[in-house]
Every structure is written in structure tokens, then in C-alpha cells.
Design a protein around this ligand. Sequence first.
Ligand code: 8YV
Length: 332
Amino acid sequence: MKPAVLVARAVMPEVLMRLREHFDVDDNPSDQVFSRDELIARLRGKLGVFTTGSERIDEAVLAANPQLRAVCNMAVGYNNIDVPACSARKVVCTNTPDVLTETTADFGFALMMATARRISESEHFLRRGEWKKWSYDMFTGSDIHGATLGILGMGRIGQAIARRGAHGFGMRVVYHNRSRLEPSVEQDCRALYADKTELLQQADHLVIVVPYSPASHHAIGEAELALMKPTATLTNIARGGVVDDAALAKALAQRRIAAAGLDVFEGEPTVNPALLAVPNVVLTPHIASATVATRRAMADLAADNLIAALGFGPSAGRPPTPINPEVLRPMA
Ligand code: 8YV
């Protein structure tokens, strides 16, 4: 008998086929997001689960399913998983770093540029049939090249954005991170370390790439927005909750900053109506990693992790990208 696993959301058929070689797979072809009770019920008897950011795996879910051994997230961020609770129960958790870095950095850069150059706002104007003539100040925005790029959260994706800015667009790059990067990495990214206040004061374009945790909750709120230049833009591709969306909507409405680009939202897929009401914000539905190739690579990596975590495949017992490797048995 094959061990039973749950694939909590719809994924590519090829990935399901790979999982079916090893497991009795309970999948979710209708792709509805399970309620907490449904998730608990569907996990009954399952040794592993393939999750996305939509499934919350916490102590209550684990306690109801003490047989669970592996939680494999198809995302680099894992704020949907209570990792300490998993570790306490020796449940291995995995994520999908690296495979999405460049794709997500491309998107972050694109969103920043769309924000600075007012691409959404001007397209809506055109679609509404309001374009009657050229004028010198029609949709004038701010330059990317030569401007100061501020990056909050200088992990893999932050560094990839910094390289694009410094090497591709001649930007001056400043960053703030919990810990300062090695000098060689700073040099490669041509990035200067700044404290958070300096970062906010200096950035012409601020990009937020910091993981969500209680420590980063509302890292950007009213006080932080007040430190920014009135001409600055803010782009959030990290997680909803890192930015106080209500405070941001107010700052945008009052033009205390020029514009924002948001791919993630507090309480998504619901979007704060105050954000929908302001014109100077570009809004996208959490698609920073959404290219065909990258989503496939993420799903494959999550599947590799699940297969290995449950003791199958060439790296049995050694999932490639564990979050809590301390729960893995030492190699014999
Ligand atoms: C995912 C993401 O699309 O990897 C992440 O952390 O935010 C996105 O790439 C999303 O979380 C779905 O799992």
C-alpha cells in the first residue's frame, strides 16, 4: 500500500503523476480553498501534504492529524505554517526557494516601473476614451534610471532586484535588512547598507521584499510613510501585513507619497476598498512568481520535497529545501 498524501490545491497534471508513482494522492481538481475544518478532515490518514500559501498549518491542524510527517509548501514564504509547532511534532516543513528568485525580481522591477511611470493609471484613462490630446504634463512620472532604489529585506529576491537596479539602470541602491550582508555580496549588488529611517528618507523607489512575521507586521505604517519623499513610490511584493494598507491608502489619497505598486494585500484576496478608490496605485493579484516555467519549477520542487521527506526517490530522507532540517534524522 502506498502512503496517502493530500495535494491541497490544483497543480499541473505532470506533477500529480510524479506524486502518484509513490503515493496514494488525494487531490483537489476543483481547486476550491479548503476551510480549516475541511483541511483537517481531508488530512485524516495523510502522511504528507502539498500546500500553497492558502492553507494554514497550525497546532490545531497538527493535533487533529498527529500522523502527519511532512508539510511541503509550493512557495518560498511560509508564514502560513507554524514551523515551531511542526518541529515540536517532528513534522518536516519545506519551501521552494531559489527557483522563483529571478522571476519574482523581474516582476518586482516591472511593478516598480509601472508604478513610477503610471502605466496602469494612463491605460485606464486611454480605455475610458479620455485621451483627446497630448500635453506636457500628461501622466508625468519619475525616472527609474539614476534614481535611488531602496530595498527593505535583502534576501535572495532583494539582491536580485538590487542587481537589476544597479547594473541595468544605473540606480544607487540602498538597503535595510535584519543583518548586514557580506562585503562581497554588497559589492556584487552595488548596495549600501542603511538604517531603516535613512532607507525611507533616501529612497526614490522603495521595494519591500521582507518575509512576513510578527516582527515585520506593519513594518511600513503611517510613521514610516511620513518619512518618505512626497515624490517616492512604494512597491510591495512581500506579503500583505508588512504594509499597513489603510495607512498606505490614506498616504496615497493625500499624495504624501506619489504612488504604490502592490502585488500582496492584508487579508487577500480581499483588497482594502480604500486602495481600490485611489488612482495612483498599481494593483496585481499576487502574481510575482507567475510564469509558466517558474510555477512548474516550484511545483516540481515541492513534489521533490514531499517524495524525499516521506522516504522515496533518490534523496530519500533528505528533502532538498527543508525549513526545519533539525527534525530530519541524522545520516547513518
Ligand atoms: C506563491 C509566494 O505564488 O513563493 C511565495 O512565497 O508568495 C508566491 O510565489 C504563493 O505564495 C502561492 O503559494
